[in-house]
Design a protein around this ligand. Structure first.
Ligand SMILES: Nc1ncnc2c1ncn2[C@@H]1O[C@H](COP(=O)(O)OP(=O)(O)OP(=O)(O)O)[C@@H](O)[C@H]1O
Length: 293
């Protein structure tokens, strides 16, 4: 049974085709990132997948059942944007309401609020919440039914670095425990830290990319003699260039010690070494060149 199966899914708003015959199968737990510039259709895709919006054509199965069957949402949760919250209700009210509707034991409210770290403002009305506090509440609402499949629309939106780290930790822990996660985000450096499985959305089509195949590690050396280092390393067949007065070289992890030995062997002083991993951001720029994000 596939965890998520999307069959020939299209969505057209009036004459604007946003999703164009998309098919996708996720059949193993893990984290998947849905990536694309503003207005490309990420929210539309998640809304159609969860049947909040009707598809123009095609179908979606979640945990082996049609997304039109309301019982799937016992095992599936969707973190939407904060417009679904009510300013005049407290965080507790929102969570208790879900417990009542879904017949979830009330003790889950305490468990989940402690888990996401929002006990301090649980009883405050949402109108007084910051953007980050609203994100925590949305996450608590999504996790209260202990979903096997969790869909999140821009979960990192508005989070300060501490909250973003907390969110990242929670997502990684849930995935490790077997929850499948599909999140949309613009924050490519955050995505790089949680997953290598990326779904790029462009012109209504999804392209599935395993970032492991695209990731490169570069080292930038500040040296006392770049020209000499360049010559020594070139002679040994390394792909090396001098840029901004630094020697830049693409290396596997096991090659670094060898390169340091070669540089030192030329009696060149190493003043500094910086490591740079190019990941989704570089690929994103290639795929969406000319498109602002
Ligand atoms: N209800 C609607 N009626 C008509 N067009 C819509 C509707 N909702 C969205 N659109 C259009 O569909 C396209 C995709 O919008 P969507 O919100 O899904 O994109 P997105 O990738 O989630 O964008 P963002 O990253 O800015 O949230 C946009 O051009 C948008 O204007």
């Amino acid at each position: 049974m596939a965890i998520l199966a999307v069959h020939d899914l299209s969505k057209v708003y009036k004459s604007h085709q946003v999703l164009d015959n998309i098919s996708l199968t996720i059949d193993a737990p893990g984290i998947w990132a849905l990536v694309g510039p503003n207005g490309v259709g990420k929210t539309t895709f998640l809304n159609v997948v969860t049947n909040i919006l009707p598809a123009t054509s095609g179908s979606v199965d979640l945990m082996g059942k049609s997304n039109k069957d309301p019982s799937v949402f016992k095992e599936v949760a969707f973190l939407q944007d904060n417009t679904v919250l009510f300013d005049y209700l407290t965080g507790y009210d929102h969570l208790k309401y879900i417990c009542d509707v879904q017949k979830i034991p009330k003790k889950r409210v305490n468990e989940v609020t402690e888990y996401v770290g929002m006990e301090g403002y649980l009883k405050k009305t949402v109108g007084n919440y910051s953007l980050g506090m609203k994100q925590h509440l949305l996450l608590a609402m999504a996790l209260i039914n202990e979903p096997k499949l969790l869909l999140l629309d821009e979960p990192l939106n508005g989070l300060d670095p501490t909250s973003a780290i907390l969110m990242r930790g929670i997502l990684l822990e849930l995935a490790e425990k077997g929850t499948t996660i599909l999140l949309s985000s613009h924050n490519l450096s955050e995505i790089d830290r949680v997953t290598k499985q990326i779904l790029f959305l462009k012109d209504g089509k999804l392209t599935e990319v395993d970032m492991n195949k695209f990731e490169n590690t570069y080292y930038e050396f500040a040296l006392s003699n770049n020209e000499l280092a360049h010559r020594i390393l070139k002679e040994r067949g390394y792909d090396v260039e001098i840029a901004s007065d630094k020697t830049r070289i693409q290396l596997g992890n096991d090659q670094l010690d060898k390169v340091i030995d070669l540089i030192k062997g030329g009696e060149i002083q190493i003043l500094d070494i910086q490591k740079e991993i190019t990941g989704s951001e570089k690929l994103y720029k290639e795929i969406f060149s000319g498109v602002s994000s």
